[in-house]
Write a protein that binds this ligand. Structure first.
Ligand SMILES: Cc1cc2nc3c(=O)[nH]c(=O)nc-3n(C[C@H](O)[C@H](O)[C@H](O)COP(=O)(O)OP(=O)(O)OC[C@H]3O[C@@H](n4cnc5c(N)ncnc54)[C@H](O)[C@@H]3O)c2cc1C
Length: 520
């Protein structure tokens, strides 16, 4: 099947029977659940978008084997042109949600492309596993499936390894093997979008301790696999929210769930790492995702800070405060931050280079630097929106008030903005600002931005440990040499051709520094 429409996605989702629980209730038909209506419509639109005549060339490419149109997100990058084409696709789909949805289909599509690229590494444990990884990517690509994933163990006692927890199956681990596959038990925290997904991918992240091979299991299963349960958090956008009152949260709430594995059988053809001795070393060495995951993430981040920056400047204008110096200083700072991110984003692409296997990747340290700047930028933009909006959030009548003919003249008179800004324009703007900067929806997004890629503290430490510091140390040596080498100045190259960074030489475990791992 080629790239799907929204209807094809929804029809398939309706045919599945996953165990999804919301406030104690089993949701039997996710496609009919009112709480899920807004986000489901948005996910379906993400599928429709790729076949829209305006975007089909941006969002799809021709299958080399069948000639069908496939989602661009699955395309391997064999040239810089491929890289640019994928970035345009990712940014388009991120702009559709204004970057409010981090785990829209592109995220996991890019992730499983990496399973295909890394099949030879998974094959080191068992040739079947490499084959499974490659075939799974093709299965997801050819059926254009929507995936969720779980990486992290629940935070029961972070000072202990998985096998040291009070019960050996609090963290997800392998219980036994059968002729059909491996049986796994335990839990993984935070499966975003699980109610809307058709498949679940499991990959441990953050480092597995010595002696914990049983917990180094990598696999993918259909979302309605027996024994697999998802318990949703409380919705931040309860059913019935209108687009007038909640322009973002009524459409873009990604549900998060804890995933419980109550003795789940994973068939052998879905196993990529089976928890045998040596599994830990492999999982700590390779996460298995494609470098384009960082591009998906960067496109989402950019889309969301573009919206935030626009909201901040619009609200300053709407109430005539943009003539004040301190407001201009704050807005100027936000615009500079936005342009810093844009420059990093496009700079990483400009410095793209091929890996030894011919895959083109953007300048990865640049994308990592981009990632590390986005959370503080997002937070500052939210803070500035709060400072500039002040009490304005709290006298924004609801859609129902606007529809009340008796109230309307008062609203039009007293709730308008500066001359030229009507009450409706002003109120809609402040409701948008509240969704992203005040409401639980916006708070969850900010938490997402800080943590979606792991703990920023350990990620930043890992960046320090793995960075190539040769150049900056040469500069220090030149400064120390004093006048002896004062005319020995390197001339910067005419063209910057950055090779992709070598693999880290320091012992990192699944991206986090080894020293921050609990040990057995
Ligand atoms: C909104 C949202 C959606 C998410 N969606 C998904 C998803 O779909 N799939 C998925 O797999 N994950 C998802 N995540 C989880 C995300 O991967 C984790 O939040 C992230 O990896 C951090 O892990 P943690 O939350 O357990 O925090 P922890 O790693 O436990 O950190 C909590 C605090 O303790 C400190 N700390 C803990 N351990 C150490 C240590 N060993 N050394 C030093 N400091 C330590 C940290 O610095 C931090 O301040 C999501 C997270 C959020 C917020």
């Amino acid at each position: 099947m080629p790239a799907r429409t929204g209807k094809q996605y929804l029809d398939n989702l309706a045919s599945l029977d996953p165990e999804i629980y919301l406030n104690g209730r089993r949701i039997r038909h996710v496609t009919e659940e009112p709480v899920f209506a807004g986000p489901l419509r948005t996910v379906a639109e993400q599928y429709d978008l790729q076949l829209d005549p305006r975007y089909v060339d941006v969002c799809t490419y021709e299958s080399p084997t069948t000639g069908e149109r496939l989602s661009r997100s699955f395309q391997p990058c064999r040239s810089k042109e491929d890289l640019v084409a994928k970035r345009r696709h990712f940014k388009l789909r991120a702009d559709h949600t204004f970057g409010m949805m981090g785990r829209s289909p592109d995220f996991m599509n890019a992730f499983v492309l990496g399973w295909s690229n890394n099949a030879h590494i998974f094959g080191e444990l068992d040739a079947r596993f490499g084959e499974n990884a490659r075939r799974y990517y093709e299965h997801v690509r050819d059926h254009d499936l929507f995936l969720t994933h779980v990486l992290i163990n629940p935070a029961i006692d972070r000072s202990k390894t998985s096998s040291q927890q009070e019960d050996p199956f609090l963290h997800l681990g392998k219980v036994r093997e059968t002729d059909e596959g491996i049986v796994v038990r335990g839990a993984k925290m935070l499966s975003t979008m699980a109610p809307f997904a058709e498949e679940l991918v499991v990959v441990p992240f953050g480092g597995i301790a010595p002696g914990d091979d049983d917990y180094a299991v990598v696999f993918a299963v259909p979302i309605d696999t027996p024994g697999l349960k998802f318990i949703c958090r409380e919705p931040v956008a309860p059913a019935g929210r209108t687009e007038f009152d909640h322009p973002l949260s009524s459409r873009f709430e990604e549900m998060d769930c804890i995933a419980v594995f109550d003795d789940v059988l994973v068939p052998w053809d879905r196993v990529v790492v089976d928890g045998r001795p040596g599994s830990r070393d492999l999982v700590n060495r390779v996460l298995g995702n494609d470098p384009s995951v960082l591009v998906v993430n960067a496109c989402r981040s950019l889309a969301s800070v573009e919206l935030l920056c626009g909201v901040a400047t619009k609200i300053a204008d709407a109430t005539g405060i943009d003539n004040f110096l301190h407001v201009q200083e704050k807005l100027g700072d936000l615009l500079a931050r936005l342009d810093t991110l844009r420059t990093l984003f496009h700079g990483a692409e400009a410095l793209a280079a091929p890996l030894p296997d011919g895959t083109w990747v953007p300048y990865m340290p640049g994308l990592m630097a981009f990632h590390m700047q986005t959370a503080p930028t997002h937070r500052r933009m939210v803070e500035v929106i709060q400072i500039l909006a002040a009490g304005n959030f709290f006298y924004a009548p609801s859609g129902g008030d606007f529809a009340n003919e008796e109230l309307r003249p008062f609203i039009d008179r007293f709730v308008r903005g500066r001359p030229g800004v009507s009450a409706e324009e002003r109120v809609r703007l402040f409701k948008l600002a509240w969704d992203v900067a005040g409401d639980g929806f916006g708070q969850r997004l900010m938490q997402y931005v800080h943590y979606y890629s792991g703990d920023p503290v350990r990620l930043t430490a890992a960046l320090y440990l793995s960075a190539d510091k040769t150049e900056i140390h040469r500069t220090v040596e030149r400064a120390l040499a004093g006048s002896e080498r004062s005319l020995d100045i390197p001339v910067s190259p005419e063209r910057l051709e950055m090779a992709p960074p070598p693999p880290p030489t320091k012992p990192l475990t699944g991206m986090y520094p080894a020293k921050s791992q609990p040990s057995s």
